[in-house]
Design a protein. Structure first.
Length: 472
């Protein structure tokens, strides 16, 4: 039998975990199991956590002060090299943790080998991800606020523009365009609230759970939590190393953001068609056809809509990874990072380009207003009018429906029906019905909280502008 040292590849003794192994790791295994190609983006957070851990080890007299200082200096130099593109990531060292620890030991000697005292890669990766996602939540809050700000600016610019509101893709009732735009501001506001709530569960220190059972060494988890700005420490070491709920929750939040972007994109695609002609996206955000010279295609909304499946796939992927895992850590959990990072990158780019595109988008107000004629969009106002005359709503609804049917027979709109004809259906109807049946009258009658009346929309817009720091 050949000596392990004679086998090409990494010698077993050089692996940081290789003490009990008599054979070197197969090169195929190293290539298959390495994660450094994607978890290298965690380097800043890995180094941040390691520096806090080192300072705690010094305080607890688990390493000497000079060793702690050497570790911090060494980590700072490694970070500088990575940021400058001078660091050589080695796939045979598997992941970001081992690459940094090996480089640290090579640079400062035995002190570097003391850094891993009282921790495991199991709680270390959990820490890195929490630090990383905490920053990502903050960054996404800014992106979402920027998008809300564009909606508020558009709502202010087009205040007073009336358009059809739709249900079942059928013209339903007239609404203000600003009301429609502020619906998206509310939608993305909920996304911000969800991420903020998610961040609270992310912001718990996992370090100290070690491999799964905690450690017998006298570490101070509360000190590390304070150093890193965590609100507290995790309360069960087994749950801590087994936990990817915070990743799944982040992915769910990203999914809702992307779904909201997709719904917006669908409307922009429809509205930019000649069939609607409600919106005109700036030329720089559209493309043409290689064959048809007249075409102007809304590629950005189409791509954003198309990427929704990718983001949903990321969530489904990790749900399936986690569903059958026993406690505690299993190597399967390494599969959390690729879908997470891809989803973060995808949603981030979609938010940024959508915000940019909307800032260069105009609405065809004349076409929107013209589209409110036809379709008996004020039929509900007729029913409400009769209710105000003390007719039970179900009777009023039926009566309004019969009047609509009569208008269809005569091929006219509700407001074009003579008073005499209307009164043949009900003597409760008087001359003032025509004010209620006008498009403007319909819109401005919707004064319930959250309604589309201009007074209510202005209130809502003022509130959103105040929340976003916009001074009109």
């Amino acid at each position: 039998m050949s000596n392990p040292q004679d086998i090409p590849g990494q010698a077993p003794s050089s692996k940081l975990w290789g003490g009990r192994f008599s054979e070197t790791t197969a090169a195929s295994v190293e290539a298959f199991s390495a994660s450094i190609q994607y978890d290298s983006r965690l380097f800043r957070h890995d180094i941040m956590g390691s520096k806090a851990h080192a300072r705690m080890l010094v305080q607890q007299k688990l390493i000497a002060p000079e060793e702690g200082e050497a570790i911090v200096r060494g980590l700072d130099s490694i970070q500088a090299d990575i940021e400058a593109g001078r660091f050589d990531f080695r796939p045979e060292l598997e992941d970001i943790h081992m690459n940094i620890e090996k480089a640290l030991t090579d640079r400062i000697g035995e002190a570097g080998a003391r850094l891993h005292t009282g921790r495991s890669r199991n709680d270390q990766i959990n820490l890195d991800l929490r630090l990383y996602l905490r920053d990502e939540c903050d960054a996404f809050d800014t992106l979402l606020a920027d998008l809300q700000r564009v909606f508020a600016q558009l709502a202010r610019r087009y205040l007073g523009t009336i358009m059809p509101g739709y249900t079942h893709m059928q013209r339903a009732q007239p609404v203000l365009l600003s009301h429609h735009l502020l619906a998206y501001a509310s939608m993305f506001g909920r996304d911000r609230a969800r991420l903020s709530d998610c961040r609270k569960r992310i912001n718990v220190l996992p370090l100290g759970a070690a491999a799964l059972a905690g450690t017998g060494l006298p570490i101070d988890r509360a000190m590390v939590a304070r150093e890193l700005g965590f609100a507290g420490v995790s309360d069960n070491s087994m749950d801590t190393t087994a936990d990817r709920d915070f990743v799944l929750e982040t992915l769910f939040c990203l999914n809702l953001i992307q779904i909201h972007l997709s719904r917006l994109s669908e409307e922009l695609v429809l509205w930019s068609s000649k069939e609607f002609d409600f919106v005109r996206i700036g030329d720089r955000y559209c493309t043409g056809s290689s064959l048809m010279p007249q075409k102007k295609n809304p590629d950005i909304p189409e791509l954003v809509r198309g990427k929704s499946g990718r983001v949903t796939g990321a969530l489904m992927s990790l749900l399936m990874t986690m569903k059958g895992l026993p406690l505690t850590y299993n190597r399967d959990m390494q599969e959390d990072k690729e879908p997470l990072f891809d989803a973060l990158d995808t949603v981030r780019s979609c938010l940024a380009i959508t915000t940019e595109m909307l800032a260069h988008t105009e609405f065809n107000t004349a076409r929107m207003r013209a589209a409110t004629t036809g379709g008996f969009m004020t039929a509900t106002d007729l029913a409400d009018y009769l209710v105000c005359k003390n007719l039970p709503f179900r009777q009023a609804h039926g009566l309004a429906g019969r009047i609509v049917a009569r208008c269809q027979e005569l091929q006219c709109e509700l407001g074009e029906l003579t008073l005499e004809e209307m009164q043949s259906f009900s003597p409760l109807i008087e001359e003032d019905i025509y004010t209620r049946l006008s498009i403007e009258g319909s819109v401005n009658s919707r004064t319930s909280a959250g309604g589309t009346a201009r007074s209510r929309v202005e209130e809502a817009l003022n509130t959103v502008e105040q929340q976003l720091g916009i001074h009109s």
